[in-house]
Design a protein around this ligand. Sequence first.
Ligand SMILES: *[C@@H]1O[C@H](CO)[C@@H](O)[C@H](O)[C@H]1NC(C)=O
Length: 209
Amino acid sequence: MPPLLLFLSLLSLLLPHASSLDYCVADLSLPPTPSGFPCKSPSKLTSDDFYFTGLGVAGNTSNIIKAAVTPAFSPQFPAVNGLGLSLARLDVLPGGVIPLHTHPAGNEALVMIQGTLCAGFVDTANNVFLQTLKKGDVMVFPQGLLHFQINSGGIPALAFVTFSSPTPGLQITSIALFGSNFPSKLIEGTTFLSDAEVKRLKGILGGSG
Ligand SMILES: *[C@@H]1O[C@H](CO)[C@@H](O)[C@H](O)[C@H]1NC(C)=O
């Protein structure tokens, strides 16, 4: 075989494999694995698989925190599955809060679009880092650290966040303690909170036990 033909036939063998390594759009019909969802067959993908429109609309803030997080993680936006990143939209009404929480699996960067957020995190040496964020400001929240955002202005706050993981995870401290069936006596023993305060918070956040 002439060298050019040999080269082209080798290239044609390689190309389908090369493109299948470029991305791994999640096949949500299959169960996730520790390294993410299995990939949708590349031959079934269209440009719509790499497109997501859900962040254009404010989330529902009619709730106790007066805030909404609208995620574009793998389950909502399967294209991020293989890319090591994801996004979300934050809507926080005046007086609203994204309560103290962590993302166990990803760093976070927040970009302010509208309004004012007081944001902060606590590192593992218990240093507290606080900022007031206005339009165009960016703050990062390192992986796994407790952090929060509170609307400290008079208008609804809008921010977009991005994570260094397609599935950063979200654990809200107050919900884990007072919105679960964590036995009250153990919460009191492990947090030094009073029985009355634990029962009050469980009443607000729906916990039992
Ligand atoms: C927003 O959430 C509240 C409380 O769950 C619900 O009653 C209301 O119908 C929701 N609004 C919209 C527009 O979905």
